[in-house]
Design a protein around this ligand. Sequence first.
Ligand code: EPZ
Length: 417
Amino acid sequence: MDKIQINGGRKLAGEVVISGAKNAALPLIAASILVDGTCEFTNVPNLMDIHSIKLLLEDLGARCAFDNHVMTVDGSGIQKIEAEYELVRKMRASILVLGPLVARFGHAKVSLPGGCAIGARPVNMHLAGLEALGAKIGIDHGYIEAKAEKLTGNEIYFDIPTVTGTENLMMAAVLAKGKTVLRNAAREPEIICLADALSRMGAKISGAGTPIITIEGVDRLAPALVTVIPDRIETGTFMVAAAATRGNVLIKGCNPDHIGGIISKLKASGAGVEICGDQIRVRGMEQVKSVDIKTLPYPGFPTDMQAQFMTLMCIADGTSVIHESIFENRFIHANELMRMGADITLSRADIAMVRGVPELQAAPVMASDLRASASLVIAGLMARGTTLISRVYHMDRGYEAIEKKFCALGADMVRIK
Ligand code: EPZ
């Protein structure tokens, strides 16, 4: 397994270009199942998760090509409705093929995604929504089986906003008979990106980005050309890295409108943040102020930025309280940061108290999930000396060419096979 070795203590400086958003590209590629023809997606990030969903769609019979950040998917040849465990276990987001398969073929068998390091990750709201649209749902030997002659529009209320749940049911409803209203829907930019793409394919959707999304079913969808939005979490990750190393970094090709929560908290921590169109300049200051955060559904502070921000708070003046309200086990990185000299108390499963220390100490650490690995990279960049991060395959799922991008900013970072 690859490791990343960092000789830290250097200020980051220079420019970095943001890739397309993993969490926008995945539902877009799944949506091409709905179309009897070839869809084209541009600005698709070159990530392991993208290759995983490509393999899954090809296993179903779609013809896919991915080159130079352009993905084409021809869904006309799909003749299999079963997403196998071997493919689904590699990436939970495979659950996103469930809605489109039931919508287009009236039948789907998808392996239950199972949990991951950060939590149980149930899909009960996905299944309850499909039942509301008339699907018969069974769970057998670890597989979800959904059947419906023809889905029928209905009112669906989410107990809590679910990102992929909203996406799955949006994709199921676009071909259902009649009107569907999703209430307490997720509002993430990735939802808006998917709704725009489905509308280009001929779907009738309104309200994406608000808690109430209305979908009028249509008979069929047509191929479309869609551009993936920039990755707001990659953007936030580089912003925090610039602040944490007291650097001066220009982040290009991002969308500042998608990261209001991150900007607000970074400014509160004392970092300089200047926005100019699709570019953001972040300057780290000597003094880092402690800031409390609570992760919330969009437009609140994103849970996918909690680990990275915790790393910054490790060297802040004073104590910051971090409340992880979305996932039940998303502090695994805290134990690794403590090995680097951080002073963190996990008073509850969802509350971390971070007392600032003058600096972190380089050490060998282990990544546990995608965003935790990013937080350890930032810690390695901050700490003088050599930090060795193992299990970096987690990183490769969600960050394209991470060490190349950081080295271009002056980091001393190498991947060790
Ligand atoms: C999406 O996961 C993202 N993944 C996650 O990013 C992100 O952390 C998460 O949204 C929250 O923003 C993709 O978009 C592919 P949820 P998702 O359904 O949709 C509970 C990353 O790092 N819930 O919004 O799986 C759930 O347990 C990944 O890129 C149910 O209880 O998250 C959680 O507590 C990690 N039942 C909360 O809702 C359900 O049926 C929000 O989860 C569905 C969710």
